[in-house]
Design a protein around this ligand. Structure first.
Ligand SMILES: Nc1ncnc2c1ncn2[C@@H]1O[C@H](COP(=O)(O)OP(=O)(O)OP(=O)(O)O)[C@@H](O)[C@H]1O
Length: 552
């Protein structure tokens, strides 16, 4: 937890102090009275020949006029200082003014800030999220600035405090005040091309006599309750980095954009071999319950899955089913939208635990295949070329070189030191061409489990028939069993054939449609096979002729 102990800007304090104490206004008033002589505020009784000066009490109007004119002067002076005084000098002024005011009017309150991010936006502060959840349960009826989101049940709203709202909390006869504030990104000086994002933080204010209570038990209480509320209120999210607008990404406080995850797929709805399905479920559940085991063997608590197979065999559907089974969030990582390895690492660090990080179609995402196979000479030639280009067009080429994620960057992403941050994460790659991938990328340890999703077989068909038609047995099943073997139809195509085309359509019509399509596909597959055989025969006979000729 990143905690900042400090004071409110002293300017605000001095303003409050002067308002409440009227120190300066009273002085200025008395000075003015002296200047005006005794005209209307003196009284002489003539005894001892001396004039006794008695001040008459100030009227309310006079007091108000003097106070407001003094305040106006101070505020005017302050705004001039803010505008024209150099930043460094202003900080000194702040500091010494604060010390001075502390000296004459000691502030009995302590303020603690809990920022949304710790480090240089490197990771989300878990304490911030816990406080957010905790305070959502403490909103009083008179809270005026609230945020509403649809809750887990979707029928009710969950409310949380919005910026600059204040919540009062009571704990063991002590009172605590919470406010949500932000430091505007534009207010900070930055050398970056992109604007700095706003930095949000919760501020806790309490009397200094409760300092021990806060450190010993109040914080623990807030974190514990906050976490419990978060677990109960949790709605799973689907995150993506591929919004495209780099400027916008840098404006946001996080690099991921999110929506609620609402995919209905489960392992029950996936059409595949039941044994294989059960094996995957067991594997996932075992992983999710093995925190201690992973710690014991000294491995980061994460697991890699490689899903491969032709298009439409259910790879994306399986990821949704995995997320629904384990109640995890999904981070859909669009690798082509990642500028370089550094950005990739930042994205990784911003993911939370209990999540699945998905890179779909990894073979198409980047030119990762064979990067490691480039021979040394080739790579040095390439380097020479790049150097030449840089000399000619320095800026453009430098930019090209920066906007690349390399294979080693990706390997580090999967199992480098940073990959252990957060824990309880699955990393899933999908591909239609497993043979194209660099073996280093998919070796066990990185991609621990390889799952092939293939064409629909009879077992998978039965699951789909149950789901789409609510039919578990039918006289046409035997026919389908025969024809489906060689048809090479994907579950996506089977599902499309099974889906009733009108509300009145009978199950039998759907099944017959499927048989028709399977028959066509079977014939097409047989013809293709025949042509292939003929071609290979032709080529082998021409090879024999060539060999004979060369022997002669
Ligand atoms: N095994 C399956 N069980 C149930 N439905 C499936 C299965 N495979 C595919 N489908 C259905 O087919 C459609 C496409 O599936 P999905 O997108 O998961 O395939 P994919 O293998 O990820 O394809 P691609 O490689 O093109 O991304 C989905 O709507 C899904 O409902």
């Amino acid at each position: 937890m990143h905690v900042w102990l400090g004071l409110l800007p002293h300017s605000v304090q001095s303003f409050q102090f002067l308002c409440s104490q009227n120190v300066i206004s009273m002085d200025s008033i008395s000075r003015r009275l002296k200047k005006n002589g005794t005209s209307n505020s003196e009284n002489s009784d003539g005894r001892d020949g001396k004039a006794v000066v008695r001040r008459r009490p100030l009227t309310m109007t006079e007091l108000l006029t003097s106070t407001s004119s003094t305040l106006a002067t101070i505020m005017f002076a302050w705004s001039i200082i803010r505008q024209y005084c150099p930043h460094g000098l202003r900080q000194y002024l702040h500091m010494y003014l604060g010390k001075f005011i502390d000296y004459i009017y000691p502030d009995p309150y302590i303020r603690i800030a809990i920022y949304e991010f710790v480090g240089d936006r490197l990771s989300r502060n878990k304490a911030f999220a816990a406080v957010e959840a905790y305070l959502s349960n403490k909103l009083s009826d008179d809270a005026k600035r609230l945020k509403a989101e649809v809750g887990e049940s979707k029928n009710n709203f969950s409310l949380s405090m919005d910026e600059y709202e204040r919540v009062t909390d009571g704990y063991e006869n002590a009172e605590f005040w919470w406010t949500l504030s932000k430091i505007s990104g534009s207010a900070k000086k930055s050398n970056s091309l992109y604007p700095e994002p706003d930095r949000r933080y919760y501020q806790l204010k309490f009397h200094k006599k409760h300092r021990e209570l806060v450190i010993q038990s109040y914080f623990k209480h807030v974190l514990k309750e906050g976490k419990e509320i978060k677990v109960n209120q949790r709605r799973r999210k689907l995150y993506t980095n591929g919004t495209g607008n780099r400027w916008l990404i840098h404006r946001q406080s996080t690099m991921w954009s999110e929506v609620y995850f609402e995919h209905p797929a489960t392992f029950d709805t996936i059409g595949m071999d039941p044994e294989k399905k059960q094996e995957i479920i067991e594997d996932l559940l075992t992983f999710s319950q093995r925190k201690e085991y992973y710690a014991q063997i000294g491995k980061a608590w994460k697991r890699g899955y490689l899903l491969y197979g032709p298009p439409g065999t259910g790879k994306s559907t399986m990821i949704a089913a995995m997320a629904n089974l384990l109640n995890y969030d999904v981070y859909d990582l669009e690798l082509t939208a990642v500028k370089d390895n550094t950005e990739l690492r930042k994205l990784l660090i911003e993911t939370t635990s209990k999540s699945i990080i998905v890179i779909e179609d990894i073979d198409c995402s980047l030119e990762l295949t064979g990067q490691r196979k480039v021979k040394k000479e080739e790579s040095s030639k390439e380097e020479e070329k790049i150097k030449e280009k840089i000399i000619k067009e320095p800026k453009k080429e430098e930019e090209d070189m920066r906007s690349r994620v390399t294979l080693s960057g990706l390997l580090n992403f999967i199992d480098g030191i940073w990959s252990a941050c957060g824990g309880e994460r699955l990393i899933v790659f999908t591909t239609n061409h497993v043979e194209k991938l660099d073996p280093a990328l998919i070796r066990r340890g990185r991609m621990d489990k390889h799952i092939e999703l293939s064409y629909c077989n009879y077992e998978a068909f039965k699951v789909l028939a149950k789901n789409y038609l609510n039919v578990e047995t039918h006289e046409l099943f035997e026919e389908i069993k025969e024809v489906i073997k060689d048809a090479k139809m994907t579950p996506a195509d089977v599902a499309e054939n099974l889906m009733p085309k009108s509300r009145q359509e009978e199950a039998e019509t759907s099944l017959r449609r499927l048989i028709g399509s399977l028959g066509e596909m079977k014939r097409a597959a047989e013809e293709k096979k025949k042509r292939k055989e003929e071609k290979s025969k032709e080529s082998s006979s021409s090879q024999i002729v060539n060999d004979k000729e060369s022997d002669d």
